[in-house]
Design a protein around this ligand. Sequence first.
Ligand code: NAG
Ligand code: NAG
Ligand code: NAG
Ligand code: NAG
Ligand code: NAG
Ligand code: NAG
Length: 393
Amino acid sequence: MTSNSCFKIGFILGLVFVCTNAQEKVFNVHSYGAKADGMTDDSKAILNGWRDACKWNGKATLLIPLGEYMVNGAIFKGPCNGSAMTFEMKGVIKAPTDPKIFCNEYWIRFQYMNGLKIKGHGTFDGQGACAWGKHQCATPLPFTVGFYFIKNLIVHDIHSNNSKGVHINVFNCTNGFFRHVKITAPDDSPNTDGIRIGYSNNIHIVDSNIGTGDDCISMVAGSQSINISGVTCGPGHGISIGSLGKLSKNDVVKDIHTKNCTFINTQNGVRIKTWASSMTGMATNITFEDIIMIKVSNPILIDQQYCPTGNCKKQGSSVQVKEVTYKNIRGSSSSKVAVIFDCSDSHPCNGIIVKDINLVYNERDGPATSSACENAIGKATGIELPPNCLKKS
Ligand SMILES: *[C@@H]1O[C@H](CO)[C@@H](O)[C@H](O)[C@H]1NC(C)=O
Ligand SMILES: *[C@@H]1O[C@H](CO)[C@@H](O)[C@H](O)[C@H]1NC(C)=O
Ligand SMILES: *[C@@H]1O[C@H](CO)[C@@H](O)[C@H](O)[C@H]1NC(C)=O
Ligand SMILES: *[C@@H]1O[C@H](CO)[C@@H](O)[C@H](O)[C@H]1NC(C)=O
Ligand SMILES: *[C@@H]1O[C@H](CO)[C@@H](O)[C@H](O)[C@H]1NC(C)=O
Ligand SMILES: *[C@@H]1O[C@H](CO)[C@@H](O)[C@H](O)[C@H]1NC(C)=O
């Protein structure tokens, strides 16, 4: 019974009684021997605290008080006995700098849970500077936090600084809510996506600030019903869908709504990228609206010849991009071609709607911006700066 329902019963009966709520319990990592000296590996203490919290048959909070906790690596596993777990992080959790861990997939991971809340104004400090550009494995550098197979996830008032690889990886999660998340890393830190989402649905990212070396948010295969609003992105590579269609067939991303976001000095604004490959797939029902661009290199971009490795066959992508709406996008572009729809000849983009685009060029040689279209079908209404180049259907 929660304190709330106790209160209601007390009210209905007209009785005054104190409701002791034996079901809520706080597990403080200090009781498990965490040193919080920033040097001793506190992984074991924190995991032991988690083990007990997870066994608790009610609401459990694992508390990480102020302080600096060195954590070499941790998997927080469920399922837990109680209804919901809270990871209350007030302190800083610091990653190791030992090159031996550079080939690991992750640093910290939460998995197999229904009901997880992470909060507390604490920081995950990935100490990435020691690793960027220095790892010697085929796999990417470890991500800072991974959420795997979690239902009903809430993350708020949390900071991730200098991840080695991706900051936050969301995989196979349902109902996720990120608010007041701060993500920081230098603009030249490689592959440090802010929040990467894959095989997940109903994920909300609101009122957050992301500045990093790669995509602020990336939505890869299996991302569905994603709602992004009130996000400030920069530095970084923008908000991206994809890349899709590299190695697997039928990568799908759909029902994406990005609203009221600001991009500052980013390489891209809103981008959809699919590989120049014969792998099929689809990106559909995607809306970007009420967006401000400040000195963004490619504010609006669909790239269906994506091939950063440079060794793709010369071919259009086989991923179908359709029903994409761009509405009320304004501000400045630091390249003249502010809008690029570079779509596939075998699978042209369909149903592109462009409404009220007002992007000015922020360099000296003239205010006019332009668009470039290849195999892009759709229609434009309202303000057209730059003038659109879509083919009418
Ligand atoms: C946790 O749940 C399992 C399975 O329902 C049960 O056997 C066990 O006693 C529970 N543990 C605690 C500490 O309540
Ligand atoms: C991130 O970590 C670096 C290195 O420790 C530090 O200099 C910087 O102030 C931190 N950034 C933020 C925003 O906390
Ligand atoms: C996601 O998790 C569900 C349930 O565990 C599983 O059935 C499904 O195959 C998973 N999908 C992927 C892509 O891992
Ligand atoms: C997306 O999030 C915004 C801000 O929280 C909210 O106003 C809007 O209703 C959400 N949209 C959907 C489809 O959930
Ligand atoms: C738009 O986003 C900003 C944060 O960048 C937030 O403060 C503001 O409330 C949002 N406005 C609406 C209408 O959601
Ligand atoms: C498109 O996506 C939105 C969420 O962004 C959803 O509310 C809507 O139902 C979807 N439309 C279709 C036709 O699936």
